[in-house]
Design a binder for this molecule. Sequence first.
Ligand SMILES: CCCCCCCC/C=C\CCCCCCCC(=O)SCCNC(=O)CCNC(=O)[C@H](O)C(C)(C)COP(=O)(O)OP(=O)(O)OC[C@H]1O[C@@H](n2cnc3c(N)ncnc32)[C@H](O)[C@@H]1OP(=O)(O)O
Length: 166
Amino acid sequence: MTDAEALLATWEQKFRPHPDGADLPAHHNHCLGCGPDNPHGHRLQARRHGDSVVASHSFDGRHVGAPGIVHGGAVATVIDDLYGFLLYLVGTPAVTRRLTVDYLAPVLIGTTYRLEGSVTSREGRKLFVAASLTASDGRSVATSTAVFVTVGVDHFGRCGAPSVDD
Ligand SMILES: CCCCCCCC/C=C\CCCCCCCC(=O)SCCNC(=O)CCNC(=O)[C@H](O)C(C)(C)COP(=O)(O)OP(=O)(O)OC[C@H]1O[C@@H](n2cnc3c(N)ncnc32)[C@H](O)[C@@H]1OP(=O)(O)O
């Protein structure tokens, strides 16, 4: 089996139906959002919650922007990756075409937030998704919408998928 075939086999497993409440597998070991082996990564852990995905997450000192406050790009990264877990529920690979984030309040380093994402509609290849980041007191600190476009697995082969774990 080639490296590409081995990688494809792991993804095929991940796009199988996951029971409600199940922890969802990382996209791959070095994924910036969720890979357990990426030293710069966020190690996001998401689970299925009905037709949504949810995660409990805190940012650390690697993700600081203004002192004590999480860099907005780091927040966007984690939200984008959360959407990547929704794709397991949808059952098809897709990539981010547009991502918007409304930063409603500072996201603080070392504070745990709840993330929730869901698909709001689907039109042909386009998946319209939305997410929120909520503090423990229920305040919404960020909201997001995005458009993902479904792609075939050949998209990742063309982009060098076999070397993602290098
Ligand atoms: C051997 C290996 C096998 C691997 C298997 C892998 C499975 C793993 C799957 C998942 C892992 C998840 C990991 C999650 C991580 C987080 C997510 C990311 O970081 S993704 C990376 C960042 N994003 C990109 O790199 C995209 C770069 N862009 C592109 O590649 C192209 O632009 C692409 C594929 C998105 C679309 O290109 P076109 O040429 O195929 O399609 P066009 O015609 O441009 O658009 C398609 C439709 O979307 C609409 N559209 C385009 N932009 C829109 C917008 N802003 N709003 C609304 N609609 C829009 C268009 O009007 C069109 O609609 P109409 O088909 O005509 O109805």
